[in-house]
Design a binder for this molecule. Structure first.
Ligand code: HEC
Length: 151
């Protein structure tokens, strides 16, 4: 029974049936941050007045960002997937693994800023803007230490 299910699963998702390859992990990580960036982009546009403020849309974007910020992405931090090992395929610096606790703390700061944002996203552009700014500062703080400028 189990075997049948696994076989069916392997046929449907061949990539998942194999052990994760370092290059696939890096690609998934970039995909994760691309989603973060997409939701943040919509919020930043409203915060900066480049898009009209819309309470329902702001709440929806903030809620999606919250889901992403709570996604425990340890799987995306497999050792052997920094830009030292996968040159040209990732911008993740080896410092992530050398200073794992600080990296985690920067991730928690991001999560907390997003939680705060969710509390005010529906309360008008003037409430949204500073909260989005605080989230943006947590993105930058992490990138400054842990993301290479180029691939
Ligand atoms: C805890 C650390 C951390 C936080 C917080 C963080 N990032 Fe990143 N981000 C990274 C790392 C590391 C990479 C490089 C991933 C790779 O290349 O493997 C990255 C990559 C990216 C990329 C590049 C994706 C690509 O196409 O190469 C974008 C865009 C991005 N982040 C946006 C954001 C935004 C916007 C936020 C905040 C809303 C954010 N990140 C928060 C660590 C972080």
């Amino acid at each position: 029974m189990h075997k049948t299910i696994l076989t069916a699963f392997a046929l449907t998702f061949p990539a998942l049936a194999q052990a994760a390859e370092p290059g696939d992990i890096a690609a998934a990580r970039i995909g994760y941050y691309s989603l973060v960036n997409l939701e943040m982009g919509g919020l930043a546009a409203m915060a900066q007045g480049k898009a009209p403020y819309d309470a329902e849309r702001a709440k929806a974007l903030a809620a999606d960002l919250k889901v992403l910020s709570e996604y425990l992405h340890d799987d995306l931090l497999m050792p052997g997937t920094s830009n030292a090992e996968l040159a040209g395929k990732t911008r993740a610096l080896p410092a992530i693994w050398e200073q794992a606790e600080d990296y985690r703390a920067k991730g928690m700061a991001f999560r907390e800023a997003v939680a705060t944002l969710n509390g005010v996203a529906g309360e008008g552009q003037e409430a949204l803007a500073p909260a989005v700014g605080k989230v943006g500062a947590t993105c930058k703080a992490c990138h400054d230490s842990y993301r290479a400028k180029d691939f």
